[in-house]
Design a protein around this ligand. Structure first.
Ligand code: ADP
Length: 318
């Protein structure tokens, strides 16, 4: 008991922690459900402090009208999971400014959930390790999509490219990666995660599985060896993309034109509708962006693009 009192007293009760929680790309082409990476833009901005009232107070500082009840907001759900494992009865006040549009497929829910627990952990003098924070934040993903998955949460917290070898038990491997530019296009259409999941085939052919695991191994090896040619060759998904891409207008053309413009490859970000492409340098990434604009302008589809890089730090303190 004394120990808890000591920990409690060593905390700065007036501290304010401000963070930036990055967008993330899950389902990295062949790495469906197991490979994801963080990007430097866009990111959510959050601020957290202890509050005098018990429980969690959420203040939304954006246009999205997300719920402020902690159990209905992914940031609250993640923090509640953390609070369940603490003996003290703290109150937290959290202000969230979302720059990552919910439902865009670039880890909007993960940024809020991961950001909340990383920021709260700093208030608590970094009591929990990263893997435990991922475990808490997955409760936010469960709220958003019905399943606990970590391929957005893990890169958001660890930064870089992460391999989630297993969820139960959690086994996260942060992979070294060379400089990679990322072009993302977000067509302003809605792809419901439930629909994107329900159209997937539950059985795969052995010959396709062999191709897929060859590509996953090739992609991981390519990242670790900074071998761009190998990365490019391995960015191929024979299982999920052929089924899911029909939900995204212009997908095949965007991929073809991006590769002609020099992109290494890419695919659907998360469960869509965003599409991402990887390039070795900024000039190529910007040419890819131009191709994306041309295609969506021809289709008359509102869209938003980002040219950014892989983020190697995860959630940032500011
Ligand atoms: P993304 O793939 O961009 O993360 P999801 O569809 O997984 O998008 O998650 C968005 C869903 O989670 C929306 O239904 C949204 O209303 C809900 N949600 C609840 N709280 C938040 C939050 N703080 N940030 C983002 N989405 C939230």
């Amino acid at each position: 008991m004394n120990e808890i009192k000591d920990i409690y007293q060593s905390l700065d009760r007036n501290k304010v922690v401000k963070i930036q929680a990055p967008a993330t790309v899950a389902n990295m082409v062949c790495g469906f459900d197991v490979l994801g990476f963080a990007v430097n833009e866009p990111y959510d901005e959050m601020q957290i402090r202890f509050s005098d009232t018990a429980g969690i107070t959420i203040i939304n500082d954006d246009e999205y009208n997300l719920p402020t009840e902690p159990e209905k907001n992914v940031a609250g759900a993640a923090l509640l999971a953390m609070m369940e494992e603490m003996e003290e009865n703290f109150g937290f006040e959290m202000t969230i400014r979302k720059n990552i549009k919910p439902g865009s497929g670039v880890g909007s829910s993960a940024a809020s959930a991961a950001g909340a627990v990383v920021a709260a952990n700093r208030l608590l003098n970094d009591r929990f390790d990263n893997e435990t924070l991922v475990r808490f934040a997955m409760n936010g993903e469960k709220l958003a999509s019905g399943v606990k998955h970590a391929d957005n949460i893990a890169p958001c917290i660890y930064g870089g490219v992460t391999l989630i070898r297993s969820i139960f038990p959690l086994d996260i491997i942060a992979l070294n990666a060379p400089t990679l530019y990322v072009t993302i296009v977000h067509p302003q259409i809605e792809v419901r995660t439930a629909d994107a999941r329900s159209i997937l085939k539950q059985k795969v052919l052995l010959k396709d599985a062999i191709k897929q695991w060859g590509n996953i191994a090739g992609l991981v090896a390519g990242l670790l060896k900074s071998d761009y040619e190998l990365i490019g060759r391995s960015l191929e998904d024979v299982l999920i993309e052929p089924v899911r891409s029909i939900l995204i207008p212009g997908f095949d053309l965007i991929k073809q034109k991006s590769k002609e413009a020099g992109a290494l490859g890419g695919g659907i970000s998360g469960s869509g509708p965003s599409i991402f492409m990887l390039s070795r340098d900024e000039a190529t990434a910007k040419n890819v962006e131009k191709e994306m604009h041309i295609i969506y302008e021809q289709l008359g589809l509102d869209h938003h693009t980002y040219v950014t890089t892989v983020n190697h730090s995860g959630v940032r303190f500011v």
